[in-house]
Structure formats: C-alpha cells, structure tokens
Design a protein around this ligand. Structure first.
Ligand SMILES: Cc1ncc(COP(=O)(O)O)c(C=O)c1O
Length: 469
C-alpha cells in the first residue's frame, strides 16, 4: 500500500468514533482468557512482588494480564498453560528462520559444549560475523559489536559527534532508538517530547533536535538553524518510519535527509535494528538504494540469541572507534562479541541466505496482508486495514498511534483508542494469535497455510464480535 493511501485510511479511521467491543462480549472474552491462562496468572501474581509491575517485557500484551511462555518452535509459541499461538511477535523481529531452527541451534549448542560461552577475548567468530554483515550491507565497511540495539544507538551518537566534531543530533518524532537518556524523546507518537523522561537529567536534550516525520520544511529548518552554532552531527532515521513503519515515511523522505546531510556535512544514521536482514539482506539501505554513513544493528544479528548489537559503517567514520588515548571514543561491553552471539550472527545470516528466508517471510506477509485487507473490506464500517514492508506488517484498527497531538482531547482520544485496540488484542490472544502492540505482525519463513488459515479465522471471529454500523 502506498504512503498516501496509508495516511488517508488512517485519517478516515480517526474521523470516526472508535468501535469498542460490547461490554458483555468483552467480559466473556476476558473470562475465557483468564480460564485458559491460570498458570500465567499465578506467575504474574508472584512476579508482582519480585519484578516491578510483574512484567519487564515492553512488547508483552498485558491486558488482562501478561502471559508467560514456555517454548517456541517454527511459527508457533506455547504458553505455560499449554495453549498454542501462531506467533507474529517473533521475539520482537529477530526471528526470521523460525523459532528453534535446528541447523542454527545445533551450531550454538556445539560451541557452548566444546568451547564455552565467553573468554572476554577475541574469537574467530567475530571476524566471520563481521565479514558476513559487510558482504550483505552495501553501506557497511567495518563493524563494532555491542550487546543491544540501545547500546549500538548510543555508540552511533558518540561516533557521529566524534567524527564531525559537532554536537547536535536530529531525531525524528515517534521513532525508537532504544532507551538511553538522550533518545527517550518523542517516543512512539510524534510530538510527545519529554513525556517519557522521568529520571532523565534536565538539559539532556539540549543537543537533540526533534523533527516531526515527513515535515520537510522543519527538517530543512533544523539544518539551517544549526548551521552557525554547533552544527548537526547526525540524523537518526528508522528508514521505513518510526516504530518500524507505524509512522510510514513519504517516498522522498530518506532521500531528502541524505541530500541535506551531504549539503551540511552531517552523517546519516540508519537504525536498522528491525529492517536489517529482515526487510532485505542488505537492509533498508539496499531496499531504498540510499547509503547511510552509520548503520545500527541489533537483535536480528543474534537471531534471538542474547547479547546482539553492532554499530557499523564507512571505514573513515568507524575509525573514530580506535586509536590512542584521547583519540578514540570510548566503547565497551565485557560480553560483547562473545563466541555465542558472534557465531549466532554468522550462522544465522548464512542460513537466511541459504533458505531464502527474507523472500519466503515476505511472500507470506504479502499474502496475509491481502487476505486481511479482503476480509476488512467486508466491514467497511470499521475501516480497518493492513500494510506491509516485506515481512513487517502493520494493521490499523483504532489508529491510536496517529492521533494528532494538537487536536482537542488528544490524550483522552489516544487512551480510548488504545483501550479498544488492547481489547481486540485480548480476543486475538485468547484465540491463539500473538501480535505486537495490537498493531504489528512480523513473519518468518516458516509461516505456512495452516498458520494463515488459523490467523484468518481469528480475525473473522474478532470482526463478528464488533457490532455492524
Ligand atoms: C529501531 C530500533 N532501534 C533500537 C532498538 C533497541 O534495541 P534493544 O531492544 O536491543 O535495545 C529497537 C528495539 O526494538 C528498535 O526497534
């Protein structure tokens, strides 16, 4: 679906009152959810005393309560009560071969039993992993491994500042670049500013320039306004739009940012934590044919194995990561590039190529997107729709992410719309479909016809619960 159509369809949803589930139906769905998930509820009740809020996974669906998972295989997950789910969370994007992919797991188990998990020193797997990343990503000549996407984003900020000798960083509203102090600004919904900044010192954002997505004028102005002062060191971009495409980008957006970076001598930083090796093996940089100066990678380079992240890019830019005292920037991570995560990266990328994982996951997502849109078209009173960027699918039901903050009662509107979307998610989860944030679905190469049929029957059921008209 093209950008303009997405924007118009979102507007159409926002122009109508939200359609919550009727109270009686919601009550029986919650009852079903609770009856199916007794063990999860017990775990949650105990966890509340040990873990703040009883849950620590941002991507968990928490209404009526979070579920505890037992295992995952292929495109399925099983919870601790033995219920099975067609999984579209895919661990938050990194799983594309499918959960528990034996050829990958066998390699990693071999490394653990034969070599041990870590020495704190170089292993050969680091080189192999770096070679594999560089082979696929056109904008990458050097790689420095870290332990998460958040860390890699933090490193990218530092590299951009060190390389350019400038201070200012541009962040596009609504995008996510991890939870470091300086990046927790205008999260999730453009314009939310410092809403999520409790615990962050005053002044942290002095060098952050917040630009609304697709606001070409504001983008240009940001460069002009900062030309005389500190200057812009870099622009952080989620290349398919904030929140992995929840806020999709105008077709000219990335190219314009590249042009402005070139004109003003700033670095373009593609955060490819989700798009790298998922949108294409060469990431969004291959998909759009636009080369960033710095590429941020995360969980996907470990394919679900822990301690995965890397900052990568052009040789001259990456060179600020080494040198003598006072010359290099400081980076660290005792367990970064340990043999397990480095080998997981190397073997996962090789297996993805061998199994044509991105194409297969994308082809399933294309078919599911069409099937869901065909179904949603039968309920034009709702206006629901789906769009996808390869194996990254977004379904829009209440459109709470795109409420215009300048509109009256914006926050009440967001809360009402989010509540309705959460209730829809309670239904889909209670019937064996696991999605992300009630808005997103990631696919893997093992999603099959059976998964498709089950998925469609759950959506049909959900629609049947929402009164017509
Ligand atoms: C685009 C993007 N950047 C950075 C991150 C942070 O990665 P991590 O959760 O590994 O810290 C995420 C996490 O979802 C992400 O989606």
């Amino acid at each position: 679906m093209e950008y303009q159509e997405i924007i118009e369809r979102r507007k159409a949803i926002l122009s109508r009152p939200v359609k919550p589930l009727p109270e009686d139906r919601l009550a029986s769905e919650r009852k079903l959810f609770t009856e199916r998930n007794k063990r999860s509820l017990e775990i949650f009740e105990k966890a509340k005393n040990l873990i703040p809020g009883g849950v620590e996974h941002n991507l968990s669906q928490n209404k009526p309560f979070p579920l505890a998972m037992d295992r995952a295989k292929g495109c399925h997950m099983w919870d601790v009560d033995g219920n099975v789910y067609v999984d579209y969370l895919m661990s938050g994007a990194p799983i594309i071969l499918g959960h528990g992919f034996d050829p990958l797991d066998e390699k990693i188990i071999g490394i653990i039993s034969e070599k041990g998990p870590a020495t704190g020193l170089t292993s050969e797997y680091e080189l192999r992993a770096a070679e594999e990343i560089i082979r696929h990503m056109p904008g990458v000549e050097m790689v420095r491994f870290l332990q998460s996407g958040t860390e890699a984003d933090m490193a990218a900020v530092r590299i951009a500042r060190a390389y350019t000798g400038r201070q200012k960083i541009v962040k596009i509203g609504g995008s996510y670049h991890g939870w470091s102090d300086q990046m927790v600004f205008s999260l999730h919904i453009p314009g939310t500013g410092s809403l999520n900044s409790r615990g962050i010192p005053n002044g942290t954002y002095a060098n952050l320039v917040d630009v609304a997505p697709n606001d070409f004028e504001a983008l240009e102005k940001a460069f002009e306004d900062n030309e005389a002062g500190d200057g812009i060191a870099g622009v952080f971009v989620e290349p398919i739009g904030g929140e992995s495409g929840t806020h999709p980008v105008h077709p000219d957006w990335n190219r314009r940012i590249r042009e402005l970076c070139d004109r003003y001598g700033a670095l373009l930083i593609f955060d490819e934590v989700v798009t790298g090796f998922r949108l294409a093996m060469g990431g969004a940089q291959e998909y759009f044919g636009i080369m960033p100066d710095i590429t941020v990678l995360g969980k996907i380079i470990g394919h679900g194995y822990p301690s995965a992240g890397a900052v990568a890019g052009r040789k001259d830019v990456m060179s600020v990561c080494h040198g003598g005292l006072g010359e290099k920037i400081y980076l660290g991570g005792t367990l970064a590039a340990n043999p397990i995560s480095a080998a997981a990266c190397y073997y996962a990328l090789k297996l993805m190529t061998e199994h044509d994982a991105v194409r297969r996951a994308s082809s399933y997502a294309d078919r599911l997107t069409k099937a869901m849109n065909d179904l949603f078209a039968t309920r034009s009173d709702l206006g629901f729709f789906v769009y996808n960027f390869g194996p990254i699918m977004h379904y829009v039901t209440t459109s709470f992410f795109s409420v215009d903050l300048s509109s009256p009662n914006a926050f009440t509107e967001i809360i009402t719309r989010k509540q309705a979307a959460d209730d829809y998610q309670t239904v889909t989860m209670a019937h064996g479909l696991c999605t992300l944030a009630g808005t997103r679905m990631y696919t893997c190469m093992q999603h099959d016809e059976e998964a498709m049929n089950k998925t469609m029957s759950v959506w049909e059921y959900l629609l049947s619960l929402i009164p017509k008209g």
